[in-house]
Ligand binder design. Sequence first.
Ligand SMILES: Nc1nc2c(ncn2[C@@H]2O[C@H](COP(=O)(O)OP(=O)(O)OP(=O)(O)O)[C@@H](O)[C@H]2O)c(=O)[nH]1
Ligand SMILES: [Mg+2]
Length: 330
Amino acid sequence: MSAKQKPSRKSTEKTAADGMVAEVLEGNTRAIAKMMSRAEAGFGESHTAMAEIYRHAGNAHVIGITGVPGSGKSTLVCALAQAFRASGRRVGIIAVDPSSLFSGGAILGDCVRMGDLATDDGTFVRSMATCGALGGLARASLDTVDILDAAGFDVVMVETVGIGQDEVDIAEAAHTIVVVSAPGLGDEVQAIKAGVLEIADIHVVSKADKSDAQETASNLQSMLALGLSGKNRFGWQVVVLLSSAQKGDGIAELAASIDKHFQHLQDTGELSLRRRRILETRIVKTVEDTVRSRITADCEQQLDALLDRAETRDIGPQEAAQQLIQNLKI
Ligand SMILES: Nc1nc2c(ncn2[C@@H]2O[C@H](COP(=O)(O)OP(=O)(O)OP(=O)(O)O)[C@@H](O)[C@H]2O)c(=O)[nH]1
Ligand SMILES: [Mg+2]
């Protein structure tokens, strides 16, 4: 090949990225995993590919499953995945794991115990650790949702602990938000503290095989009656359901309620409003992440100098911020 014919490095990269996007769109599992790693790491070259993926996304029903640690979210997600698979839908699962205690293997392990989801090519499970996501966990996990969506998964479930702003933001970036409470943990109180009670479209009291499950459900019902959540302006009535993933009780009802909520979103036009709100969160978060990373990359020394001056009260924090903003290379 002559020098004239030789493709530039840039165009080779573009072709490779195009090839990978095509494979993702075909549902190729290895390409999906590779694309996710790139998106997670926030590599510059993945931007073009992610833009192309975004153009093909927008068909999946995104379900956020949140609740305090140990409330039974993963077990419930696996049981729900089986219910959705039984109706012929392809299911993507993203477990956002702030503590990184569980690896992708662990959640898959749960699923294997519950059936053969792990070997089913209609199911894709991905575990994301906070530490692995450069430039923001919310940005990375929502990019990952796009990849599964574009790859043709009908349902994408995102499991996240409802503690911490990032995790609540992720749960809120779903079309349907399921808040899981377990009996005996005082979860309903903890959920309020964590700010997740009011974001629920559907409440589930898990581990309903335990004797105090009904009491937990009644507590939640009373809170809804007090107006802490409940009927929103589009007329959706927030429900409290009981389920035992271990026994398989209440799973079909929960899956049906999730479907009913999605139908409601479509019928009332709320879906497009939610989509717009999710997009806003994503854009603003990406800007925040970019600015934050530029401060570290471009202005670390200047920040130190400004801190010295602010410490001696030579300038105030407002002026220091203004000076920093002027020097950001965005
Ligand atoms: N009795 C009973 N135990 C359950 C049920 N579902 C889950 N568990 C148990 O509750 C514990 C926590 O379950 P997980 O599904 O890992 O809970 P999680 O909310 O995903 O936990 P984190 O991801 O650590 O926040 C495990 O020991 C499960 O076996 C259930 O329906 N009944
Ligand atoms: Mg879990």
